[in-house]
Write a protein that binds this ligand. Structure first.
Ligand code: HEC
Ligand code: HEC
Ligand code: HEC
Ligand code: HEC
Length: 205
């Protein structure tokens, strides 16, 4: 009686050990097992902790298929920002170095033929630190896609979906993409034609 109970006890112990061993195997598991087990919702914030964002970004005021995404910010790259250091009604801008001060370096080539857009179609006439939409509402320089999208709505739609522009970070989770003005100069947005940097020799036959 004693003997048999001890042997059934050790059999039970062996059984537990085997089960535990199997459980630990499953948790390390094969790739398929791990995929089958992974039914937790994907947590994008975990990626950010190991792969930090590249540049300054802002959340787009748009969603793509119900998901939020980020856009590269612009203000850091705008040399003359803040504009209100000069465009300030209380302060006179001296005529010395006028060409430089009055943005003589900007060449407009944006519009239909000879009809360039005017400065105040995009820049707020009163508050130079912002852009302006068709209703006279302010648009932040970091969200210039809102400005461009008013006229180029097809490109903006493609850009939201990812068919125009460039993704710079995160294939999984919250994506980060370039702003319109990361690529296009708003004053002359068309890319100039250029020759390929290298050429291929004609094939010999
Ligand atoms: C160093 C001073 C300075 C800074 C900084 C500056 N501006 Fe100007 N800007 C001028 C002067 C001077 C003129 C010509 C006189 C005027 O119109 O007030 C001018 C003219 C303009 C005009 C032409 C329309 C107009 O009012 O005659 C626009 C648009 C403009 N600026 C936009 C900007 C924007 C946008 C920024 C910031 C990104 C900026 N400026 C920053 C000095 C400056
Ligand atoms: C199609 C819209 C549009 C028009 C028209 C336009 N701008 Fe701009 N401008 C922008 C946007 C958008 C930016 C910010 C670009 C960026 O993100 O780098 C900008 C930037 C600027 C800057 C800052 C550049 C820098 O790097 O310091 C100045 C100055 C400026 N604009 C002046 C003008 C003047 C003057 C005119 C008229 C001759 C004009 N803009 C016409 C959209 C426009
Ligand atoms: C007020 C309307 C308006 C706004 C705002 C505007 N554009 Fe344009 N854009 C035009 C017009 C008009 C043309 C000329 C289209 C043509 O020739 O077919 C043009 C031309 C272009 C072109 C060249 C198109 C081609 O076929 O070669 C590009 C690129 C462009 N814009 C980008 C931008 C970007 C980027 C912004 C925002 C910074 C912007 N546009 C804001 C009206 C606008
Ligand atoms: C990654 C860089 C990049 C970004 C971001 C980008 N574009 Fe473009 N865009 C291009 C290139 C490259 C072309 C093609 C130019 C060519 O064919 O000469 C183009 C072409 C265009 C054209 C000409 C018509 C066409 O479809 O070919 C317009 C208008 C335009 N872009 C507007 C926009 C607007 C508006 C945004 C933001 C919502 C934007 N782009 C964002 C690179 C970019």
């Amino acid at each position: 009686m004693r003997l048999s109970s001890s042997s059934s006890f050790s059999a039970l112990l062996l059984g537990i050990l085997l089960l535990a061993n199997q459980a630990s195997l499953a948790s390390e598991g094969s790739v398929t097992d791990r995929i089958m087990e992974a039914n937790d919702p994907f947590d994008a914030s975990q990626i950010e902790s190991t792969h930090p964002l590249p540049d300054k970004t802002v959340w787009a005021k748009e969603t793509s298929q119900g998901k939020e995404f980020r856009v590269l910010a612009r203000k850091n790259f705008i040399e003359r920002y803040r504009c209100s250091t000069c465009h300030n009604n209380d302060k006179k801008v001296l005529a010395k170095n006028a060409a430089l001060l009055t943005h003589g370096n900007i060449t407009m080539n944006h519009g239909q033929g000879e009809n360039n857009l005017t400065c105040v179609e995009c820049h707020h006439a009163k508050d130079r630190d912002t852009l302006v939409d068709k209703q006279g509402e302010k648009i932040d320089f970091d969200h210039s896609y809102q400005l461009c999208g008013q006229c180029h709505f097809r490109q903006k739609r493609d850009w939201i979906g990812g068919a125009h522009g460039k993704r710079v970070k995160y294939w999984a989770g919250g994506r980060v993409i370039r702003n319109c003005t990361t690529c296009h100069n708003p004053h002359a947005p068309k890319f100039t034609k250029r020759m390929p940097a290298t050429y291929s020799l004609p094939l010999k036959n």
